[in-house]
Ligand binder design. Sequence first.
Ligand SMILES: NC(=O)c1ccc[n+]([C@@H]2O[C@H](COP(=O)([O-])OP(=O)(O)OC[C@H]3O[C@@H](n4cnc5c(N)ncnc54)[C@H](O)[C@@H]3O)[C@@H](O)[C@H]2O)c1
Length: 391
Amino acid sequence: MYYICRLGALKNYIWFVCDLLPAYLIIAPLVFYEVNNISILITGGCGFIGSNLSLLLKEKYPFYSVTALDNLKRRGSELNISRLKAAGIEFIHGDIRNREDLELDKKFDYIIDAAAEPSVMAGMGAALSYVINTNLTGTINTLELAARSGAKFIFLSTSRVYPIEHLEHINYTEGATRFELSAEQTLAGVSERGIAENFPLDKARSVYGSTKLASELMIEEFREFFDVQYVINRCGVIAGPYQMGKVDQGVITLWVARHYWKKDIAYFGYGGTGKQVRDALHIFDLFDLVDFEIHNFDRVNGKTLNAGGGMGSSVSLQELTRVCEEITGNKVGSQSVLENRKGDIPLYVTDNTKIIRETGWQPKRDINNIIGDIFSWINKNEQQLKPILDS
Ligand SMILES: NC(=O)c1ccc[n+]([C@@H]2O[C@H](COP(=O)([O-])OP(=O)(O)OC[C@H]3O[C@@H](n4cnc5c(N)ncnc54)[C@H](O)[C@@H]3O)[C@@H](O)[C@H]2O)c1
Protein backbone atom coordinates (compact mmCIF):
# COMPACT_ATOMS: atom_id res chain seq x y z
CA MET A 1 0.00 0.00 0.00
CA TYR A 2 2.80 2.32 0.99
CA TYR A 3 4.61 1.77 -2.34
CA ILE A 4 1.42 2.34 -4.36
CA CYS A 5 0.97 5.71 -2.60
CA ARG A 6 4.61 6.70 -3.26
CA LEU A 7 4.18 5.78 -6.93
CA GLY A 8 1.10 8.00 -7.16
CA ALA A 9 2.96 10.92 -5.55
CA LEU A 10 5.88 10.48 -7.94
CA LYS A 11 3.54 10.49 -10.95
CA ASN A 12 1.91 13.73 -9.73
CA TYR A 13 5.33 15.24 -9.18
CA ILE A 14 6.49 14.35 -12.72
CA TRP A 15 3.31 15.86 -14.21
CA PHE A 16 3.81 18.95 -12.09
CA VAL A 17 7.43 19.41 -13.26
CA CYS A 18 6.47 18.76 -16.91
CA ASP A 19 3.73 21.34 -16.62
CA LEU A 20 6.14 23.92 -15.26
CA LEU A 21 9.10 23.15 -17.46
CA PRO A 22 8.02 24.88 -20.66
CA ALA A 23 6.87 27.98 -18.76
CA TYR A 24 10.14 28.07 -16.88
CA LEU A 25 12.10 27.69 -20.09
CA ILE A 26 10.26 30.63 -21.60
CA ILE A 27 10.18 32.93 -18.56
CA ALA A 28 13.72 32.43 -17.26
CA PRO A 29 15.52 33.76 -20.38
CA LEU A 30 13.07 36.66 -20.53
CA VAL A 31 13.76 37.60 -16.91
CA PHE A 32 17.50 37.19 -17.51
CA TYR A 33 17.32 39.41 -20.62
CA GLU A 34 15.25 42.05 -18.82
CA VAL A 35 17.60 42.22 -15.83
CA ASN A 36 20.79 42.23 -17.90
CA ASN A 37 19.71 44.22 -20.93
CA ILE A 38 21.05 47.45 -19.49
CA SER A 39 22.97 49.83 -21.67
CA ILE A 40 25.24 52.46 -20.11
CA LEU A 41 27.12 55.32 -21.77
CA ILE A 42 30.03 56.85 -19.87
CA THR A 43 31.31 60.11 -21.31
CA GLY A 44 34.95 60.79 -20.44
CA GLY A 45 35.13 56.99 -20.38
CA CYS A 46 38.91 56.92 -20.84
CA GLY A 47 39.57 59.32 -17.97
CA PHE A 48 40.36 58.40 -14.38
CA ILE A 49 36.78 58.10 -13.16
CA GLY A 50 35.20 57.09 -16.47
CA SER A 51 37.61 54.21 -17.15
CA ASN A 52 37.41 52.86 -13.60
CA LEU A 53 33.61 52.98 -13.59
CA SER A 54 33.41 51.38 -17.06
CA LEU A 55 35.69 48.50 -16.12
CA LEU A 56 34.20 47.90 -12.67
CA LEU A 57 30.66 47.89 -14.07
CA LYS A 58 31.58 45.47 -16.84
CA GLU A 59 33.41 43.22 -14.40
CA LYS A 60 30.46 43.07 -11.99
CA TYR A 61 27.75 42.91 -14.69
CA PRO A 62 29.30 41.16 -17.71
CA PHE A 63 26.01 41.14 -19.64
CA TYR A 64 25.52 44.92 -19.46
CA SER A 65 26.45 46.91 -22.51
CA VAL A 66 28.98 49.59 -21.53
CA THR A 67 30.10 52.29 -24.00
CA ALA A 68 32.91 54.74 -23.25
CA LEU A 69 33.09 57.99 -25.21
CA ASP A 70 36.15 60.23 -24.94
CA ASN A 71 38.07 62.76 -27.02
CA LEU A 72 41.36 61.69 -25.36
CA LYS A 73 42.20 65.26 -24.36
CA ARG A 74 43.66 64.23 -21.00
CA ARG A 75 47.20 62.99 -21.34
CA GLY A 76 47.33 59.29 -20.46
CA SER A 77 43.66 58.63 -21.23
CA GLU A 78 44.75 56.89 -24.45
CA LEU A 79 46.37 54.16 -22.30
CA ASN A 80 42.91 53.02 -21.25
CA ILE A 81 41.55 52.25 -24.72
CA SER A 82 43.12 48.77 -24.90
CA ARG A 83 41.99 47.92 -21.34
CA LEU A 84 38.43 48.95 -22.13
CA LYS A 85 38.33 47.04 -25.41
CA ALA A 86 39.83 43.92 -23.83
CA ALA A 87 37.01 43.98 -21.26
CA GLY A 88 34.33 44.12 -23.97
CA ILE A 89 33.58 47.83 -23.61
CA GLU A 90 32.85 49.73 -26.79
CA PHE A 91 35.04 52.81 -27.25
CA ILE A 92 33.82 55.81 -29.23
CA HIS A 93 36.31 58.52 -30.07
CA GLY A 94 34.04 61.52 -29.71
CA ASP A 95 33.86 65.03 -28.33
CA ILE A 96 30.90 66.12 -26.21
CA ARG A 97 31.37 69.69 -27.50
CA ASN A 98 30.05 68.45 -30.86
CA ARG A 99 26.36 67.52 -30.91
CA GLU A 100 26.98 65.33 -33.98
CA ASP A 101 29.38 63.15 -31.96
CA LEU A 102 26.46 62.37 -29.65
CA GLU A 103 24.07 61.39 -32.40
CA LEU A 104 24.51 57.71 -31.64
CA ASP A 105 22.45 54.82 -33.00
CA LYS A 106 22.29 53.06 -29.66
CA LYS A 107 19.71 53.72 -26.95
CA PHE A 108 21.00 54.07 -23.41
CA ASP A 109 19.32 53.36 -20.08
CA TYR A 110 21.90 55.35 -18.11
CA ILE A 111 24.39 58.05 -18.97
CA ILE A 112 27.20 58.78 -16.55
CA ASP A 113 28.64 62.21 -17.32
CA ALA A 114 32.36 62.00 -16.49
CA ALA A 115 33.78 64.05 -19.36
CA ALA A 116 35.23 67.34 -18.27
CA GLU A 117 38.18 69.59 -17.95
CA PRO A 118 38.41 68.89 -14.20
CA SER A 119 41.10 71.33 -13.10
CA VAL A 120 40.11 74.19 -10.84
CA MET A 121 42.97 76.19 -12.40
CA ALA A 122 41.57 75.69 -15.89
CA GLY A 123 40.03 78.78 -17.38
CA MET A 124 42.02 81.04 -15.09
CA GLY A 125 44.39 81.57 -18.02
CA ALA A 126 43.73 81.39 -21.72
CA ALA A 127 41.77 78.16 -22.14
CA LEU A 128 38.44 79.60 -20.98
CA SER A 129 36.49 78.47 -24.02
CA TYR A 130 37.57 74.83 -23.68
CA VAL A 131 36.32 74.65 -20.07
CA ILE A 132 32.99 76.28 -20.89
CA ASN A 133 32.43 74.37 -24.12
CA THR A 134 33.21 71.02 -22.53
CA ASN A 135 31.91 71.39 -18.99
CA LEU A 136 28.75 73.32 -19.77
CA THR A 137 27.86 73.06 -23.47
CA GLY A 138 29.10 69.45 -23.48
CA THR A 139 26.84 68.61 -20.53
CA ILE A 140 23.88 70.19 -22.33
CA ASN A 141 24.64 68.16 -25.47
CA THR A 142 24.81 65.03 -23.32
CA LEU A 143 21.52 65.94 -21.63
CA GLU A 144 19.90 66.22 -25.07
CA LEU A 145 21.10 62.68 -25.78
CA ALA A 146 19.64 61.56 -22.43
CA ALA A 147 16.30 63.16 -23.35
CA ARG A 148 16.28 61.48 -26.80
CA SER A 149 17.30 58.15 -25.35
CA GLY A 150 15.12 58.22 -22.23
CA ALA A 151 18.32 57.64 -20.25
CA LYS A 152 18.70 58.35 -16.55
CA PHE A 153 21.49 60.86 -15.96
CA ILE A 154 24.21 60.47 -13.33
CA PHE A 155 26.23 63.67 -13.05
CA LEU A 156 29.62 63.94 -11.40
CA SER A 157 29.62 67.41 -9.99
CA THR A 158 32.12 68.88 -7.61
CA SER A 159 32.62 70.40 -4.17
CA ARG A 160 34.01 73.34 -6.18
CA VAL A 161 30.46 74.60 -6.68
CA TYR A 162 30.84 76.02 -3.15
CA PRO A 163 32.28 79.56 -3.28
CA ILE A 164 35.92 80.21 -2.49
CA GLU A 165 35.32 83.27 -0.33
CA HIS A 166 32.88 81.44 1.95
CA LEU A 167 35.22 78.46 2.27
CA GLU A 168 38.03 80.85 3.19
CA HIS A 169 35.86 82.26 5.97
CA ILE A 170 34.75 79.13 7.75
CA ASN A 171 36.06 78.95 11.31
CA TYR A 172 39.08 76.74 11.71
CA THR A 173 42.07 76.46 13.99
CA GLU A 174 45.68 75.61 13.20
CA GLY A 175 46.71 72.24 14.65
CA ALA A 176 50.21 70.75 14.62
CA THR A 177 49.84 69.11 11.19
CA ARG A 178 46.57 70.46 9.77
CA PHE A 179 43.82 73.06 9.84
CA GLU A 180 40.89 71.82 11.92
CA LEU A 181 37.21 72.75 11.65
CA SER A 182 35.86 74.58 14.69
CA ALA A 183 32.64 73.58 16.42
CA GLU A 184 31.39 77.19 16.31
CA GLN A 185 30.44 78.34 12.81
CA THR A 186 28.52 81.33 11.53
CA LEU A 187 27.71 80.12 8.00
CA ALA A 188 24.93 77.64 7.18
CA GLY A 189 25.94 74.15 6.04
CA VAL A 190 29.22 73.87 7.88
CA SER A 191 29.87 71.98 11.08
CA GLU A 192 32.60 69.83 12.61
CA ARG A 193 31.49 67.08 10.19
CA GLY A 194 32.33 69.22 7.14
CA ILE A 195 30.46 70.99 4.34
CA ALA A 196 26.82 70.08 3.69
CA GLU A 197 24.54 70.75 0.71
CA ASN A 198 23.00 73.89 2.27
CA PHE A 199 26.33 75.76 2.29
CA PRO A 200 25.70 79.19 0.63
CA LEU A 201 26.14 79.32 -3.13
CA ASP A 202 26.50 83.05 -3.84
CA LYS A 203 29.93 84.52 -4.76
CA ALA A 204 32.66 83.26 -7.10
CA ARG A 205 33.89 79.67 -7.20
CA SER A 206 36.30 79.42 -10.19
CA VAL A 207 35.34 78.99 -13.83
CA TYR A 208 35.52 75.23 -13.36
CA GLY A 209 33.11 75.32 -10.40
CA SER A 210 30.76 77.70 -12.24
CA THR A 211 30.52 75.44 -15.28
CA LYS A 212 29.59 72.55 -13.00
CA LEU A 213 27.00 74.58 -11.05
CA ALA A 214 25.56 75.94 -14.31
CA SER A 215 25.34 72.33 -15.54
CA GLU A 216 23.45 71.41 -12.35
CA LEU A 217 20.92 74.17 -13.16
CA MET A 218 20.53 72.91 -16.73
CA ILE A 219 20.03 69.35 -15.48
CA GLU A 220 17.07 70.55 -13.41
CA GLU A 221 15.65 72.27 -16.52
CA PHE A 222 15.94 69.01 -18.44
CA ARG A 223 14.08 67.22 -15.64
CA GLU A 224 11.28 69.77 -15.68
CA PHE A 225 10.86 70.17 -19.45
CA PHE A 226 12.33 67.00 -21.01
CA ASP A 227 11.60 64.39 -18.30
CA VAL A 228 15.25 63.50 -17.75
CA GLN A 229 15.64 61.75 -14.40
CA TYR A 230 18.91 62.55 -12.68
CA VAL A 231 21.12 62.35 -9.64
CA ILE A 232 23.89 64.86 -8.97
CA ASN A 233 26.87 63.77 -6.90
CA ARG A 234 28.92 66.70 -5.64
CA CYS A 235 32.25 65.01 -5.06
CA GLY A 236 35.32 66.27 -3.23
CA VAL A 237 38.75 64.86 -4.12
CA ILE A 238 38.49 61.42 -5.71
CA ALA A 239 41.67 59.38 -5.96
CA GLY A 240 43.02 55.97 -6.87
CA PRO A 241 44.77 54.03 -9.62
CA TYR A 242 44.63 55.34 -13.20
CA GLN A 243 44.45 58.99 -12.20
CA MET A 244 47.01 60.79 -14.34
CA GLY A 245 47.86 63.29 -11.59
CA LYS A 246 49.46 66.62 -12.50
CA VAL A 247 50.29 69.84 -10.70
CA ASP A 248 46.84 71.37 -11.18
CA GLN A 249 44.70 68.22 -10.80
CA GLY A 250 45.06 64.85 -9.11
CA VAL A 251 47.31 65.97 -6.25
CA ILE A 252 47.25 62.62 -4.46
CA THR A 253 48.67 60.69 -7.42
CA LEU A 254 51.12 63.54 -7.99
CA TRP A 255 52.34 63.24 -4.37
CA VAL A 256 52.80 59.45 -4.61
CA ALA A 257 54.58 59.85 -7.97
CA ARG A 258 56.94 62.50 -6.58
CA HIS A 259 57.88 60.15 -3.74
CA TYR A 260 58.13 57.15 -6.05
CA TRP A 261 60.57 58.88 -8.43
CA LYS A 262 62.20 60.87 -5.61
CA LYS A 263 61.34 64.37 -6.80
CA ASP A 264 60.87 67.40 -4.54
CA ILE A 265 57.43 68.56 -3.51
CA ALA A 266 56.21 72.11 -2.84
CA TYR A 267 53.75 73.43 -0.28
CA PHE A 268 51.96 76.43 -1.75
CA GLY A 269 50.21 79.13 0.29
CA TYR A 270 48.69 79.31 3.77
CA GLY A 271 52.12 79.76 5.33
CA GLY A 272 53.77 77.15 3.08
CA THR A 273 53.59 74.38 5.70
CA GLY A 274 51.09 72.10 3.91
CA LYS A 275 48.29 72.30 6.44
CA GLN A 276 45.50 72.57 3.86
CA VAL A 277 43.05 69.71 4.34
CA ARG A 278 40.93 67.72 1.87
CA ASP A 279 38.98 64.51 2.21
CA ALA A 280 39.74 61.86 -0.39
CA LEU A 281 37.29 59.31 -1.78
CA HIS A 282 38.66 56.03 -3.11
CA ILE A 283 37.50 55.37 -6.68
CA PHE A 284 36.17 51.96 -5.52
CA ASP A 285 33.92 53.75 -3.01
CA LEU A 286 32.64 55.98 -5.80
CA PHE A 287 31.93 52.84 -7.82
CA ASP A 288 29.94 51.39 -4.90
CA LEU A 289 27.88 54.60 -4.88
CA VAL A 290 27.23 54.67 -8.63
CA ASP A 291 26.40 50.94 -8.56
CA PHE A 292 23.83 51.65 -5.83
CA GLU A 293 22.39 54.59 -7.76
CA ILE A 294 21.97 52.63 -11.00
CA HIS A 295 20.16 49.83 -9.22
CA ASN A 296 18.11 51.99 -6.83
CA PHE A 297 17.49 55.00 -9.00
CA ASP A 298 14.12 55.84 -7.44
CA ARG A 299 15.89 56.43 -4.12
CA VAL A 300 18.14 59.16 -5.59
CA ASN A 301 16.08 60.55 -8.48
CA GLY A 302 16.14 64.38 -8.53
CA LYS A 303 18.59 64.63 -5.63
CA THR A 304 21.79 66.57 -5.21
CA LEU A 305 24.14 64.81 -2.81
CA ASN A 306 27.53 65.67 -1.41
CA ALA A 307 29.73 62.57 -1.68
CA GLY A 308 33.25 62.38 -0.33
CA GLY A 309 35.70 60.50 1.81
CA GLY A 310 34.50 62.42 4.88
CA MET A 311 36.42 63.24 8.02
CA GLY A 312 37.69 59.64 8.33
CA SER A 313 39.54 59.96 5.03
CA SER A 314 40.69 63.56 5.41
CA VAL A 315 44.35 64.48 5.21
CA SER A 316 46.54 67.57 5.11
CA LEU A 317 49.35 67.85 2.57
CA GLN A 318 51.86 67.51 5.38
CA GLU A 319 50.16 64.31 6.58
CA LEU A 320 49.92 63.07 3.00
CA THR A 321 53.70 63.40 2.77
CA ARG A 322 54.11 61.18 5.85
CA VAL A 323 51.80 58.48 4.40
CA CYS A 324 53.67 58.61 1.06
CA GLU A 325 57.01 58.28 2.87
CA GLU A 326 55.78 55.24 4.77
CA ILE A 327 54.30 53.48 1.75
CA THR A 328 57.02 54.25 -0.81
CA GLY A 329 59.92 54.11 1.67
CA ASN A 330 61.27 57.33 0.12
CA LYS A 331 61.78 60.80 1.62
CA VAL A 332 61.91 63.81 -0.67
CA GLY A 333 62.82 67.46 -0.23
CA SER A 334 60.10 70.08 0.15
CA GLN A 335 59.87 73.75 -0.73
CA SER A 336 57.63 76.37 0.82
CA VAL A 337 55.88 78.99 -1.26
CA LEU A 338 54.18 81.52 1.00
CA GLU A 339 51.90 83.10 -1.56
CA ASN A 340 48.43 81.56 -1.87
CA ARG A 341 47.57 79.94 -5.19
CA LYS A 342 44.54 81.35 -6.97
CA GLY A 343 41.46 79.31 -6.15
CA ASP A 344 43.08 77.43 -3.24
CA ILE A 345 41.11 76.97 -0.02
CA PRO A 346 42.35 76.07 3.47
CA LEU A 347 40.02 73.20 4.13
CA TYR A 348 37.32 71.09 2.51
CA VAL A 349 35.82 67.99 4.10
CA THR A 350 32.54 66.48 2.89
CA ASP A 351 29.66 66.18 5.31
CA ASN A 352 28.17 62.88 4.09
CA THR A 353 25.15 63.01 6.44
CA LYS A 354 22.54 63.47 3.69
CA ILE A 355 23.87 60.82 1.31
CA ILE A 356 24.20 58.28 4.11
CA ARG A 357 20.63 58.99 5.19
CA GLU A 358 19.26 58.76 1.63
CA THR A 359 21.22 55.75 0.37
CA GLY A 360 22.93 53.97 3.26
CA TRP A 361 26.15 54.23 1.22
CA GLN A 362 29.30 55.35 2.97
CA PRO A 363 32.98 55.18 2.12
CA LYS A 364 34.83 52.07 3.34
CA ARG A 365 38.41 52.92 2.38
CA ASP A 366 40.75 55.48 3.94
CA ILE A 367 43.77 57.44 2.82
CA ASN A 368 46.17 54.52 3.50
CA ASN A 369 44.15 52.28 1.15
CA ILE A 370 44.19 55.01 -1.50
CA ILE A 371 47.95 55.61 -1.33
CA GLY A 372 48.67 51.86 -1.16
CA ASP A 373 46.60 51.19 -4.30
CA ILE A 374 48.13 54.11 -6.24
CA PHE A 375 51.61 52.92 -5.24
CA SER A 376 50.91 49.34 -6.48
CA TRP A 377 49.53 50.67 -9.76
CA ILE A 378 52.61 52.87 -10.40
CA ASN A 379 54.91 50.06 -9.37
CA LYS A 380 53.29 47.60 -11.80
CA ASN A 381 53.22 50.05 -14.73
CA GLU A 382 56.32 52.08 -13.98
CA GLN A 383 57.71 52.32 -17.52
CA GLN A 384 54.41 53.23 -19.13
CA LEU A 385 53.57 55.83 -16.46
CA LYS A 386 56.97 57.50 -16.00
CA PRO A 387 56.67 59.85 -19.02
CA ILE A 388 53.22 60.97 -17.83
CA LEU A 389 53.51 61.13 -14.05
CA ASP A 390 57.19 62.02 -13.67
CA SER A 391 57.25 65.18 -15.74
N1 LIG B 1 38.89 63.54 -9.88
C1 LIG B 1 38.30 64.25 -8.94
O1 LIG B 1 38.85 64.47 -7.86
C2 LIG B 1 36.91 64.82 -9.17
C3 LIG B 1 36.25 65.40 -8.09
C4 LIG B 1 34.97 65.91 -8.28
C5 LIG B 1 34.37 65.81 -9.52
N2 LIG B 1 35.04 65.25 -10.55
C6 LIG B 1 34.36 65.18 -11.85
O2 LIG B 1 34.43 63.87 -12.35
C7 LIG B 1 34.50 63.89 -13.77
C8 LIG B 1 35.68 63.06 -14.25
O3 LIG B 1 36.89 63.58 -13.71
P1 LIG B 1 38.24 62.77 -13.80
O4 LIG B 1 38.97 62.98 -12.53
O5 LIG B 1 38.00 61.39 -14.27
O6 LIG B 1 38.99 63.61 -14.92
P2 LIG B 1 39.89 63.07 -16.13
O7 LIG B 1 40.54 64.25 -16.72
O8 LIG B 1 40.75 61.95 -15.67
O9 LIG B 1 38.79 62.46 -17.10
C9 LIG B 1 38.01 63.27 -17.95
C10 LIG B 1 37.99 62.62 -19.32
O10 LIG B 1 37.17 63.43 -20.15
C11 LIG B 1 37.82 63.51 -21.42
N3 LIG B 1 37.36 64.75 -22.05
C12 LIG B 1 37.76 66.04 -21.80
N4 LIG B 1 37.12 66.88 -22.61
C13 LIG B 1 36.29 66.13 -23.37
C14 LIG B 1 35.38 66.42 -24.41
N5 LIG B 1 35.19 67.67 -24.82
N6 LIG B 1 34.70 65.40 -25.01
C15 LIG B 1 34.90 64.12 -24.60
N7 LIG B 1 35.77 63.78 -23.64
C16 LIG B 1 36.44 64.76 -23.02
C17 LIG B 1 39.30 63.52 -21.13
O11 LIG B 1 40.07 63.08 -22.23
C18 LIG B 1 39.38 62.53 -19.96
O12 LIG B 1 39.63 61.23 -20.41
C19 LIG B 1 34.59 65.36 -14.16
O13 LIG B 1 33.30 65.79 -14.52
C20 LIG B 1 35.01 66.06 -12.90
O14 LIG B 1 34.51 67.37 -12.86
C21 LIG B 1 36.29 64.74 -10.40
